[in-house]
Design a binder for this molecule. Structure first.
Ligand SMILES: Nc1ncnc2c1ncn2[C@@H]1O[C@H](COP(=O)(O)OP(=O)(O)OP(=O)(O)O)[C@@H](O)[C@H]1O
Ligand SMILES: [Mg+2]
Ligand SMILES: [Zn+2]
Length: 492
């Protein structure tokens, strides 16, 4: 390794559009605009982390300012003074503002003073505002003033992972491009390319493992490869990758999962300790158990095994919750132990309820605390009437209400629990769709509450759902950012 070692993710930041992986729609649109000299004054690049927003923004800046680009061509020459300066991060015509650092107040003020000055070398002055959603209201307002009447020579590129936090007034002035998460094949292909360039041999299984852990973020994937290379020398093995990534041996995770679901708390603790001592990183372990649980749940739904489905769905709720908690704790071992023990104990204390389980039930609120408190006044499960109401709805609103778990709180309140705020908002738009029927059912004084249930997801309202349609599975897919690819028979 040379003394000027550059991290791989910097070294392999795409310097041309043709070197950009995926993001075809964005790439095509940007190249079209550049080639035809129709670059807009303001863009919003949104999408999840490590998908190429900053890379593309810099690429756009480089192309519009390239001194040797021929007309009708979008790619930068990467050789002229402007290209070289931009690539080195030393160009006066590219101003990068990190809104996260001080929420952009000073920079935007500064921007308003200097934005009218002509570019130094190229044709356009490009402002990249990274983490744009972090700007203060004051900074947004200042930016908006500039966006309303941008000087001819200015291009703004706002980059954000959270476009919904950007005010509509600002959004309205930008051309928006959404950057997509990469699939595992795209990540593997890119990693293989980098490894080849670097002359490193990486076992194909190790590449897959990295891609899985990176969850669609190219930055994370390349960053992980970067960590592996110095440790591995010239050959990166699966075992090495697993160890570095803190990924437990799948067989050990299986055994742990079986102990939990088999209701063997002591064994579960021992197995967890073994996984932990072998270097398994707890976040990954929880995620792996969650994946097992999801797979088993899909099988249970497929097999119409209501009892097992209930237990697994409650377990998955607890694990999803645990997954969130584990991220916030530096030393989450106790949390993991407590939840797994509790789950194991519950397997023996809550026997399958057979067909009765088809009616929606309050799923056990399994948290991270070991206490076994029950809610003070458990709400009565909503009878089949709710199901009938949902089934009678028009298709436009049916899906939103069907996603809700219904409870009747005495005397006459129908409480609808939504696992997602988006769905809750949707349902809230159509209260009249169910009002009359609910009054019919619970009396004229009936009220309806639309509540958000973040800790747990919804038990289905009893309709036979396809495995990938089940709300619990949907929620798991969203949280795990995965899809159901296979439905397997349960390990008994
Ligand atoms: N489309 C892509 N093609 C090739 N490499 C990519 C791509 N997107 C990201 N990368 C790799 O990931 C690194 C980080 O990408 P980039 O900074 O552009 O991500 P980002 O979308 O701005 O992420 P964040 O939201 O976290 O700022 C790049 O330096 C590059 O190595
Ligand atoms: Mg970025
Ligand atoms: Zn150039």
């Amino acid at each position: 390794m040379s003394s000027s070692y550059q991290t791989l993710y910097r070294k392999y930041r795409s310097q041309t559009f043709s070197d950009l992986v995926g993001q075809e729609a964005v790439s095509r649109a940007l190249q079209g605009a550049i080639a035809s000299d129709r670059v807009a004054h303001a863009y919003l690049f949104s999408g999840s982390r490590g998908t190429g927003k900053t890379t593309s923004a810099r690429l756009l800046a480089k192309s519009v300012n390239c001194l040797r680009r021929s007309p009708g061509v979008a790619e930068p020459c990467n050789e002229c003074d402007s290209c070289v300066q931009i690539a080195a991060g030393a160009a006066l015509d590219l101003i990068e503002i990190d809104a996260a650092s001080n929420r952009g107040i000073d920079e935007i003020r500064d921007l308003r003073e200097k934005v009218h000055l002509a570019p130094a070398l190229g044709r356009r002055k490009v402002y990249i505002v990274d983490e744009a959603h972090m700007l203060t209201t004051e900074a947004f307002n200042a930016l908006l003033k500039t966006l309303e009447e941008p000087p001819e020579h200015v291009v703004f590129i706002l980059c954000t992972t959270e476009a919904q936090k950007v005010p509509l007034t600002v959004l309205g002035r930008c051309q928006q491009f959404v950057f997509r998460r990469f699939n595992d094949e795209q990540v593997v292909a890119r990693l293989r390319h980098i490894a080849e360039q670097e002359g490193i041999e990486v076992e194909p299984e190790a590449l897959k493992l990295i891609a899985r852990v990176a969850q669609g973020s190219m930055r994370d994937a390349v960053g992980l490869l970067d960590q592996l290379v110095p440790l591995a020398g010239t050959r990166v093995s699966v075992a090495g990758a697993r160890e570095l990534l803190g990924i437990a041996d799948p067989a050990q995770v299986d055994a742990l999962f079986d102990a939990v679901l088999g209701g063997r708390p002591t064994e579960a603790l021992d197995r967890l300790a073994a996984v932990y001592e072998a270097g398994g990183e707890l976040r990954q372990v929880v995620r792996a158990i969650m994946e097992r649980c999801r797979d088993s749940l899909v099988e249970a739904i497929e097999q119409r095994d209501a009892g097992r489905r209930e237990r697994l769905s409650a377990a998955l709720d607890a694990l999803l919750h645990l997954d969130g908690e584990v991220r916030r704790h530096a030393e989450p071992r106790f949390l993991v132990e407590a939840t797994l023990v509790r789950l194991a104990v519950e397997q023996t204390t809550s026997p399958p309820r057979g067909e009765v389980a088809a009616a929606p039930q309050e799923p056990p609120r399994v948290g991270t605390e070991v206490s076994q408190e029950l809610p003070a006044a458990p709400a009565a499960p909503a009878p089949d009437r709710w199901r009938e109401i949902v089934e009678s709805l028009n298709p436009l609103v049916k899906a939103a209400f069907r996603a809700a778990r219904a409870e009747v709180a005495p005397p006459a309140t129908l409480v609808l629990w939504f696992g997602s705020d988006i769905i809750r908002e949707k349902a809230l738009k159509y209260p009249h769709a169910i009002e009359a029927q609910v009054k019919d059912w619970l009396g004229q004084a009936a009220t309806i509450e639309y509540r958000l249930d973040t800790a747990s997801t919804n038990a289905s309202a009893g309709r036979r759902l396809a495995p990938e349609e089940h709300p619990v599975v949907l929620d798991a897919m969203r949280k795990l950012e995965g899809t159901v690819t296979e439905v397997r028979k349960p390990r008994s």
